[in-house]
Design a protein. Structure first.
Length: 261
């Protein structure tokens, strides 16, 4: 594969999965009497029940609000949060049918079948993707909270992997826009500070894996491979909790199917 072809493929994959995943993601915000601010990113998941999942250090900020794609309505969870502090740092809350059906929207929940059994990529060059909301692209004014989501394809770092985590590159000065991003969006988006991406699901696009099988790749081939936890400024990387540990934690959660649904 030539460098030109590889760049074309990277851009095509990024644009396709960027569009595909926007339905699953929501900004998570909190408010006071005078302002609203972004706290982190959440994702809708269908696992027996519909739920919103994020990091514990995001969910502990209350009150917490979320919204659905293509709707201006804002909701607060009416169920109980299940969360565990570091070193777990994960949280979820049920999303009731009444909230989900309260307005017209284009949100959707990730089927749990699309959570990989474990973090496993065919080679280090495989494209990984996450979509989230950074604080630098969230603004409050005229009684409105405007948040612009952004998505990135990256790769694992060429280092020995930890049993609990893996790292993906985050080097803003090397970020490249795809041809599918409008000039207006390119001028408006900032990507210096990843604060707010915590709680994003990280996807293994499986582009190289599928291509090696002589099949045509599609966004539906992508699987969730981890939960983005934090930014490490020293190593210029984002730390991701491996999906097998997230799955084990969800399975062990005690009050998943309890009240307030």
């Amino acid at each position: 594969m030539t460098e030109q072809q590889w760049r074309h493929d990277r851009e095509s994959v990024t644009d396709a999965i960027l569009e595909h995943t926007k339905q699953f993601v929501t900004p998570l915000s909190t408010e006071t009497a005078t302002s609203i601010r972004l706290v982190g990113t959440g994702s809708y998941v269908q696992h027996e029940k519909r739920m919103l999942i994020t990091c514990e250090h995001v969910a502990r900020v209350q009150p917490m609000h979320y919204r659905f794609l293509d709707s201006t309505n804002v909701f607060a969870p009416n169920g109980n949060w299940t969360m565990d502090e570091h070193p777990i740092d994960a949280a979820f809350v049920p999303i009731s049918d009444s909230d989900w059906e309260a307005c017209t929207h284009n949100a959707a929940a990730v089927p749990y079948s699309r959570f990989a059994k474990s973090h496993a990529i065919v080679e280090r060059a495989e494209l990984l993707f996450f979509r989230g909301y950074s604080g630098e692209n969230a603004h409050y004014g005229f009684n409105e909270h405007l948040t612009n989501g952004s998505g990135y394809c990256s790769q694992v770092k060429d280092v020995a992997e930890n049993a609990q985590f893996f790292e993906i590159f985050w080097e803003p000065k090397h970020t490249q826009f795809t041809k599918g991003i409008s000039a207006e969006a390119c001028a408006a988006v900032k990507f210096e500070d990843p604060a707010g991406f915590s709680g994003s699901l990280v996807w293994n696009t499986r582009f190289l894996e599928v291509s090696r099988q002589n099949r045509k790749w599609a966004p539906k081939d992508a699987v969730v491979t981890g939960l983005l936890r934090r930014w490490d400024s020293d190593t210029k990387s984002l730390l991701v909790w491996r999906v097998e540990h997230l799955r084990a934690w969800l399975k062990a959660a005690k009050n998943w199917d309890t009240q307030n649904l």
